[in-house]
Write a protein that binds this ligand. Structure first.
Ligand SMILES: [Zn+2]
Length: 160
């Protein structure tokens, strides 16, 4: 409040201000531990569950859980020598650990500014949840989708 002598001091806080925290990062890695990476927490884009036949084979599962991350924000901490890449279609690269086989990310030559992280490899807990099922037209017949997320026959709308 203004007073004759100027602005009064605010009431003493019950608890001290916490020290400013470092920007939170998310860390992850492969099964054997050779490949470790980190990204800024804010760099993780919308998680989609991809049911395409390539993702199913690459993961050995009903779908892949992928999220876009700016390539400049993906920092490989260890394992550059272990990472291998397979072109599953022309210009589309799937990078995995050459020792243990964990899929880590994919990227496309046509969109070098993005990688698509396989978020099953994250170790840091995240609050984000999947936003959609994509490529459900090629979904595994043995998997029934039993949630309320949007389902798209191909890519989600707005994919670059
Ligand atoms: Zn590994």
């Amino acid at each position: 409040m203004p007073s004759a002598t100027g602005w009064s001091e605010p009431a003493q806080r019950a608890t001290p201000e916490p020290a400013p925290a470092a920007a939170p990062t998310l860390q992850g890695g492969c099964l054997c531990g050779a490949v470790r990476y980190e990204i800024p927490a804010g760099a993780l884009g919308a998680i989609v569950l991809c049911h395409c036949s390539q993702c199913r084979k690459a993961q050995g599962c009903a779908f892949a859980a992928n999220a876009p991350v700016p390539a400049a924000d993906f920092r490989l901490l260890t394992g550059a020598d272990a990472l291998r890449a397979y072109a599953s279609s022309p210009g589309k690269w799937r990078s995995f650990c050459g020792r243990c086989g964990s899929p880590i990310l994919s990227h496309r030559d046509g969109a070098p500014e993005w990688v698509r992280l396989r978020i099953g490899t994250l170790d840091t807990p995240i609050a984000a949840r999947p936003s959609a099922h994509i490529h459900v037209a090629s979904k595994a017949g043995w998997w029934d989708i039993r949630d309320e997320l949007p389902q798209y026959p191909g890519l989600e709308p707005g994919r670059r």
